[in-house]
Write a protein that binds this ligand. Structure first.
Ligand code: MN
Ligand code: MN
Length: 475
């Protein structure tokens, strides 16, 4: 649908930057904001890995009528407008499609977010014993500040795949009756040398080792008796042996539930807002749609935090291949039509942005930063050192989007990640832009991004769903 002409309602001077969503909400709106965030908090409390997010989305999508594309193909089925279908890539990437009434070659409306988050992965040979303590070796995943991950309760989530192919799902540290694990820090009393180091060197990546046990196994002749005892516990509970860790994907994350944050409960503290806050809101927006003009897609990808490489990252051919299958099932496939569909598409690359933080004003340029409560954030570009590595969105596309947001009463703002030359970041936007589609980064602003516990505004989360839905209706 074409953009509406909003010229008459526009003010001469920009005040949008400073409108606070909380001030526009009626009593009913406020109830809706808090109710939506209650569901989000539950989701964030139980979905802490890419696999857990994909599993949860598949379960809920199926209830909403989405069919597995593999089954559609196996049964020789066809797809028609209004059909809902999903493709699950190795349990870690998910693409959901709502088939539109227009030919697919006219383009798609794509909401794309990532479901991996910074964390500590276990190494392949993780378990060792030192001075009667059992420990786990980790290798951090994504950009973290090492010192933030010590002396906090940690949990293990993931899978162990045995040599016979059976897969064991592991979650330890989330139930109130579960133990937690953790990484120690040096006592202040003996930190004279450590405190002289640069912040980044105070805790070294190789020293992010997790303490997991201290009781020796009964067998006095056994070697490394504490480690042996832990392996016995794991064997009793999961039927795994030490070699099984070689074929495991075990992720160490902050233990515990997401929480309401602030005395007025206006914010959410959670592990992994980046980027599950955009994934969840994109998912909810698509789920609310039942018919559409151009085919709608919600794409949830893995590996963004380590460069989007690999079979489950955005650089993979997965999405392109699945779109070919979809067009084939819809009786619309040709190589040329596939290319046209991609080129004619519009995308919101939904990822988080940095919220202004009164504790660290020095890294922000106040006129071009995002603020809590001021709605969904559009980042025309990301990158670093002169926008390098960025997909710089076209103003024609931004004009269309701002008209859509205004028409639907969405509170929105624009931002850069921080001051020029203060740092930078990237998203999946540039990868989809390689198809020559229109893409812009668009998401929720956070404090503490990439810390174990990140903070987002409930109003911004709510405005994100409204924005994604408005995009699906109008773009
Ligand atoms: Mn992100
Ligand atoms: Mn990130």
């Amino acid at each position: 649908m074409a953009a509406v002409n909003e010229a008459k309602s526009e003010k001469l001077q920009l005040d949008k930057k400073y409108s606070n969503a909380w001030e526009k909400y009626s009593k009913e709106d406020l109830e809706a904001v808090f109710a939506f965030n209650k569901g989000y908090i539950d989701f964030m409390s139980s979905c802490k890995t890419e696999r857990e997010c994909v599993d949860e989305f598949v379960t809920r999508a199926e209830k909403a009528g989405y069919k597995n594309l593999e089954n559609v193909i196996a049964e020789g089925g066809s797809l028609k407008p209004g059909d809902k279908v999903y493709a699950n890539n190795k349990g870690k990437t998910l693409a959901m499609f709502l088939i539109g009434s227009e030919p697919i070659e006219k383009g798609l409306k794509i909401l794309g977010a990532h479901v991996d988050s910074p964390r500590l992965d276990l190494k392949q040979n993780p378990i060792y014993e030192d001075t009667d303590l059992a420990m786990l070796e980790t290798h951090y995943y994504g950009g973290i500040k090492n010192y933030q991950w010590v002396t906090i309760p940690l949990a293990i989530h993931g899978v162990i795949v045995k040599s016979d192919g059976t897969k064991v799902s592991v979650v330890i540290g989330e139930d109130d009756n579960d133990p937690v694990i953790g990484i120690s820090d040096l006592l202040i009393h003996l930190s004279a040398d450590q405190l002289q180091k640069k912040l980044k060197d105070g805790i070294e990546g190789e020293d992010l080792n997790i303490l997991i046990g201290s009781i020796p196994v009964e067998d006095k002749d056994a070697k490394e008796r504490v480690k042996a005892n832990i392996l016995k516990l794991l064997n009793d509970k999961y039927g795994v042996i030490e070699e099984d860790f070689v074929s495991a994907e075990l992720e160490v994350v902050p233990a515990g539930r997401a929480r309401e944050y602030g005395l007025d409960r206006s914010m959410v503290m959670a592990y992994g807002h980046d980027d599950r806050v955009c994934a969840y809101t994109s998912f909810e927006a698509l789920l609310q749609m039942n018919e559409i003009d151009k085919t709608a897609v919600a794409l949830f990808v893995d590996k963004e935090e380590i460069g989007s490489y690999g079979a489950t990252g955005m650089h993979s051919k997965f999405f392109e291949n699945v779109l070919a299958e979809i067009m084939d099932r819809a009786g619309q496939y040709s190589e040329l039509k596939l290319r046209r569909a991609l080129t004619n598409s519009k995308m919101l690359s939904s990822d988080v942005s940095a919220a202004y933080d009164p504790n660290f004003p020095g890294v922000m340029e106040k006129k071009n930063t995002a603020y809590f409560g001021k709605g969904i954030v559009f980042n025309k570009y990301t990158g670093a050192r002169g926008k390098s590595g960025s997909s710089d969105a076209n103003p024609e596309y931004i004009a269309e989007l701002r008209a859509i947001m205004n028409k639907h009463g969405v509170t929105w703002q624009t931002s850069e990640l921080g001051k020029v030359d203060q740092g930078g970041g990237g998203t999946i936007a540039y990868i989809l832009a390689e198809y020559n589609m229109e893409v812009i980064d668009c998401g929720v602003a956070l404090q503490n991004m990439h810390a174990p516990w990140e903070v987002a505004s409930k109003a911004d989360i709510y405005e994100a769903v409204k924005a994604y839905k408005a995009f699906l209706i109008e773009a």
